[in-house]
Design a binder for this molecule. Structure first.
Ligand SMILES: Nc1ncnc2c1ncn2[C@@H]1O[C@H](COP(=O)(O)OP(=O)(O)O)[C@@H](O)[C@H]1O
Ligand SMILES: [Mg+2]
Length: 678
């Protein structure tokens, strides 16, 4: 090696050698071209060793290479055998060194050597170079170091390129295997898949099933974009717009399409049923980068369904023919298309006559207006039901119940049931009910008359009394007027008394007549207090004779109730007379009868008749309302049962309960007339 140039010749020699070495190193990249990392390491080691005539060169290559680390070594020829592994073991402790020289035991022979290190790559990314030489030769000189650095840098650049190529190849391989994976998955799927990307809808990927679903006709050139897709025709014969396609809507508008079914006619005229699902694919920034559509051919399924339907229609044919109900098919213009045997029987015509007959012909002229209404309603509603009169071709009529619904192709089916029997029994039932109502009314009347019979004595008394007074006053009047000087003033007074007595008597008679009068019930708003008072007037003398103390506490704020005055009077009269009877046996304590009216919390009107009579057993509280239940020798046992029916017919309830002390309270509540509800 060169120590110092003391003379011009040696300086020139040194320069020339240095330049030659540098030039040799700049050709290193060329030497290493297309070589493997190991080959590159070997080239570097041998070039460095021979150029510098060093004892040994050790190169360790690391980095993104499949084989690593790669250790190679090269030694001066005087050393017999070079083992890169042994060298690497010996220099390993010094590999972390920054730079500079270091004395170490000679790894290839006896004695000691100076070593110097140079990184491969700026941060040792590609490894390290170790050069060993003898100190005696002045190793390493500045020039040695410079040359080692230049060579390392050159090789690092080459390694960098190789590394880049490798990672690119890896990426490519990865992408390819992913693509293969995707393709395999798509081929395995039981549906057609097309992937396209915006903005033009270029088709990125399409599996064979997709081609199959859309058009199996061979030799069709592959479509480039979505809009080039030949998308077939609708069931109606209209071509589909490419833009209407689920995938197009996804790619162009980002729409998600869920289970959309459409009919699709191929170029060869074959009809397919397809279900599409499509969804957009977005990147991290939410931008639309692709759209995926899955197409499922459900033609087989649909055809099977249709076949089953036809089969079941065949099966139902018998049922329809056997049906006792008339079943018609009606077209969109309201004309009969066909009907089952029961239908022909109903209309009284042949199948031929039925076909094309307007349904409206089977309506009574006065009911034809309703036909249009029902027909319109049928177009928007799933099913409609109504009753009407069916006019047959022979002019007779039948009451029917119709159920109609839409079927396919704008046709309707109607099931028409003859309901004459039902109508007849309804009428019979109504008649029976009417008879029952009449019987009940008669019974109520009989009971009223009977009750009045009980009052005859006291009523006679009440009428007799004013009549007697009239007679007495008449005599008095005659006397007054037959005087020589008739006392006209006094006579007038007496006559006025007679008039008022006469009115009192006729008042009593009128009340009795009212009660005995047999008139159909008539409901009107009334104040229950007035009704109570009318009854009290009627019974007061009877009650007085029975030594009963009659009290009335009538609330002033009662709302009116809607009712039949006579019927309600009958109820109250019954309750009062029952109370009187219940007290007739009581001799040891006061006979007290209290009639109360009030408005309860829910706004209903309550009427209670409370007595201090013999009272009720708990078990009798309900039984006394049974018809013919009586404990009286002369009793009919109808009063309370009729009263309860009357109150219930007024929307109220009537019940009895024993008093805490003596006697019982029978009471009823009536709802207020709706006009007065608050
Ligand atoms: N206020 C009452 N206290 C005790 N028992 C009563 C009272 N009201 C009715 N009853 C009982 O209910 C029975 C049935 O009454 P009702 O139907 O009016 O028929 P009748 O008065 O003809 O017996 C009476 O016989 C009586 O035993
Ligand atoms: Mg009675």
């Amino acid at each position: 090696m060169i120590n110092s140039a003391s003379d011009n010749q040696s300086e020139e020699q040194w320069l020339r050698r240095g330049l030659r070495d540098l030039t040799a190193f700049t050709s290193l990249p060329l030497l290493c071209k297309d070589k493997s990392p190991r080959e590159i390491a070997n080239i570097l080691a041998s070039v460095l060793q021979s150029t510098l005539r060093s004892d040994f060169v050790f190169v360790r290559v690391t980095g993104p290479f499949p084989e690593k680390p790669i250790d190679v070594a090269c030694a001066a020829r005087r050393y017999a055998k070079v083992d890169a592994r042994k060298i690497s073991e010996l220099v390993a402790p010094f590999l972390e060194l920054e730079s500079g020289a270091l004395g170490v035991p000679n790894p290839v022979g006896p004695g000691e050597l100076q070593i110097t290190l140079s990184p491969l790559g700026f941060l040792n990314e590609y490894g390290v170079v170790v050069v060993g030489g003898s100190r005696a030769n002045g190793f390493p000189t500045t020039t040695d170091r410079l040359l080692i650095n230049v060579a390392s840098n050159q090789v690092a650049t080459v390694l960098e390129t190789v590394a880049l190529q490798i990672s690119e190849r890896e990426l490519q391989a990865k992408a390819q295997s992913q693509q293969r994976l995707l393709e395999t998955v798509l081929e395995q799927l039981p549906c057609g898949v097309i992937i396209a990307n915006p903005p033009r809808g270029d088709i990125l990927l399409k599996n064979a099933q997709a081609t199959d679903v859309l058009d199996s006709s061979a030799g069709q050139p592959d479509r480039q974009t979505l809009l080039d897709l030949e998308v077939g025709f609708r069931a109606g014969g209209q071509p589909y717009e490419a833009k209407e396609w689920p995938l197009a809507r996804t790619v162009f508008n980002g729409e998600v399409v869920k289970d959309e079914e459409f009919e699709y006619v191929r170029s060869d005229g074959e009809r397919r049923y397809i279900v599409a699902n499509s969804a957009p694919v977005r990147n991290d920034r939410g931008e639309l980068i692709a759209g995926v559509v899955a197409l499922q051919d459900i033609t087989e399924l649909r055809l099977t369904q249709q076949r089953l339907l036809l089969k079941s229609e065949d099966k139902y044919r018998d049922l329809i023919d056997l049906s006792p109900d008339a079943i018609f098919i009606v077209d969109s213009e309201g004309k009969y298309v066909s009907g089952n045997p029961a239908a022909l029987e109903l209309v009284k015509c042949t199948e031929l006559e039925l076909s094309g007959m307007p349904v409206i012909n089977t309506y009574l002229p006065e009911e034809r207006g309703s036909f249009q209404l029902q027909f319109e309603k049928l177009k928007t509603e799933a099913i409609i039901r109504f009753e009407r009169t069916f006019l047959r071709t022979d002019g007779t009529t039948v009451p029917v119940e119709v159920s109609a619904s839409q079927v396919r192709y704008g046709h309707f089916q109607t099931v028409v049931r003859n309901i004459s029997d039902r109508k007849r029994s309804e009428a019979a039932l109504e008649k029976a009910e009417e008879a029952l109502r009449k019987a009940q009314a008669d019974l109520a009347h009989v009971s009223r008359v009977t009750t009045m019979g009980e009052l005859v004595a006291s009523i006679a008394h009440e009428v007799n009394q004013p009549l007697g007074a009239i007679v007495t006053n008449g005599h008095a009047c005659v006397r007054l007027l037959s005087r020589e000087a008739p006392d006209l003033n006094k006579s007038l007074e007496v006559i006025e008394r007679m008039i008022s007595d006469g009115m009192r008597a006729s008042e009593v008679i009128k009340r009795i007549r009212d009660l005995l009068h047999k008139a159909p019930p008539e409901k009107a708003p009334l104040n229950i207090n007035e009704t109570v008072q009318e009854v009290i007037a009627l019974v007061s003398s009877d009650v007085l004779r029975s030594k009963i103390e009659l009290g009335a506490e009538l609330a002033a704020d009662l709302p009116p109730v809607v009712g039949d005055r006579i019927q309600l009077q009958q109820v109250i009269l019954n309750l009062i007379l029952n109370a009187r009877d219940a007290m007739s046996e009581v001799r040891t304590q006061p006979r007290e009868l209290l009639i109360t009216t009030l408005k309860n919390k829910s706004g209903d009107v309550v009427v209670a008749v409370r007595d201090s009579g013999k009272g009720l057993d708990a078990k009798d509280a309900e039984r006394i309302f049974d018809p013919f239940f009586t404990t009286k020798s002369e009793g009919l046992g109808l009063g309370l049962s009729i009263s309860r029916r009357i109150i219930e017919a007024h929307g109220g309830t009537l019940w009895a309960k024993p008093n805490e002390g003596k006697g019982a309270t029978i009471q009823f509540i009536l709802p207020p007339s709706s006009g007065s509800e608050s």
